[in-house]
Design a protein around this ligand. Structure first.
Ligand code: SAM
Ligand code: SF4
Length: 321
């Protein structure tokens, strides 16, 4: 079992399979980066899988494939199948912008993917274009329908921004409720790569706005999920993710692996240790030692909402959110 210095059990790893993306979301990657990681520096699926085996053997029970946009990586289903065949009980999930999901959902499901989180920031085509930098909504919504059709469990993420999509929290919630999709409203997290002057609708503001229309009760955190959950009178449950909140890091159970093989203990900070050399050499012992060291050095808290004006310089598209 992997336990950090604050007695938190780390049993969840988020694996970014590419930093590349077909969207240019304002809060994540508004501009194409100056350069991409060269393809030859990316770990192959076999190499990533070698490390997944180490992580599973050390006690990881949940793996989420993310990016950038994970569906840009060819033959992703082969990687999913490797993990699923090795550990069928692992909670195997993916986070995607859903643009390419329509043609791939069945293959992903057949390979062993259980759940998918999709970004649904808006239901208006022109707002989707303003947020993502291209006309994406039709493909996204078709992708969501396809994922539901093939039997994947779907959750939605929305980052509400004032003057952009904040007025759509009701519509997105209702869209999700009608489809039995749990929506989580994520507070915009400041970072050095996002567009300047984004004005977030805080979790508290989301709750106040929803409270004008609905009655709901608070259910708190659900296990190690970063979301606090609330239940409407009709039984529908939605979540709020507030990384600026005091208690956000207390139940953190995750670490992150980039496509180049950097293992990152916390989304906020730049610190990382590479497992690339060890998995390339098949040196499983060293890879396991790095994993334990990264868990040991996991910081107690992120610094969002801290007193200084420091901004995270970690790119979300690199770490996978
Ligand atoms: N491309 C996929 C997607 O958009 O779902 C997966 C990667 S994306 C980095 C993962 C999650 O991070 C998405 O739900 C996105 O909304 C969220 N995210 C990215 N930048 C963010 C920011 N600055 N603040 C809050 N959430 C952010
Ligand atoms: Fe791409 Fe996801 Fe970042 Fe949007 S949030 S730019 S879809 S990686």
């Amino acid at each position: 079992m992997l336990i950090d210095s604050y007695d938190r059990v780390v049993d969840y790893i988020r694996v970014s399979v590419t930093e590349r993306c077909n969207f240019r979301c304002q809060y994540c990657m508004p501009e194409k980066p100056f350069s991409w990681v060269p393809k030859e520096n990316l770990l192959s699926f076999e190499e990533l899988f070698e490390f997944m085996k180490v992580a599973i053997d050390e006690g990881v029970k949940k793996i989420r494939i993310t990016g950038g946009e994970p569906l840009l990586r060819e033959d992703l289903d082969t990687f999913i199948k490797m993990i699923s065949d090795y550990a069928p009980d692992v909670d195997l999930a993916m986070t995607s912008n859903a643009f390419l999901l329509k043609g791939t959902a069945q293959r992903l499901k057949d390979a062993g993917l259980k759940r998918i989180n999709v970004s649904i920031d808006t239901l208006k085509p022109e707002v989707a274009e303003a947020i993502a930098g291209r006309n994406v909504l039709k493909n996204v919504l078709e992708g969501v329908e396809e994922a539901l059709k093939v039997g994947l469990e779907v959750k939605a993420n929305m980052v509400p921004m004032k003057g952009m999509n904040a007025d759509e929290i009701f519509d997105v919630l209702e869209y999700c409720r009608e489809r039995d999709i749990t929506v989580r409203f994520i507070e915009y997290m400041e970072n050095a790569y996002a567009k300047a002057n984004i004005s977030k609708l805080s979790g508290q503001e989301v709750l106040e706005a929803l409270g004008e229309k609905y009655n709901f009760t608070s259910e708190g955190y659900d296990g190690a999920s970063p979301a606090k959950y609330y239940r409407l009178e009709n039984g529908y449950r939605f979540g709020i993710i507030e990384p600026y909140g005091d208690d956000f890091c207390k139940q953190c159970n995750r670490i992150r692996l980039t496509a180049e093989g950097n293992l990152i203990p916390c989304l906020y900070f730049d610190e990382a240790m590479s497992i690339a050399e060890s998995v390339k050499k098949g040196d499983i012992k060293t890879a396991a030692a790095v994993l334990k060291e990264v868990v040991r050095t996991k910081p107690e808290k992120n610094r969002w909402g801290g007193e200084d004006d420091e901004v995270s310089t970690r790119a979300f598209y690199e770490t996978g959110g």
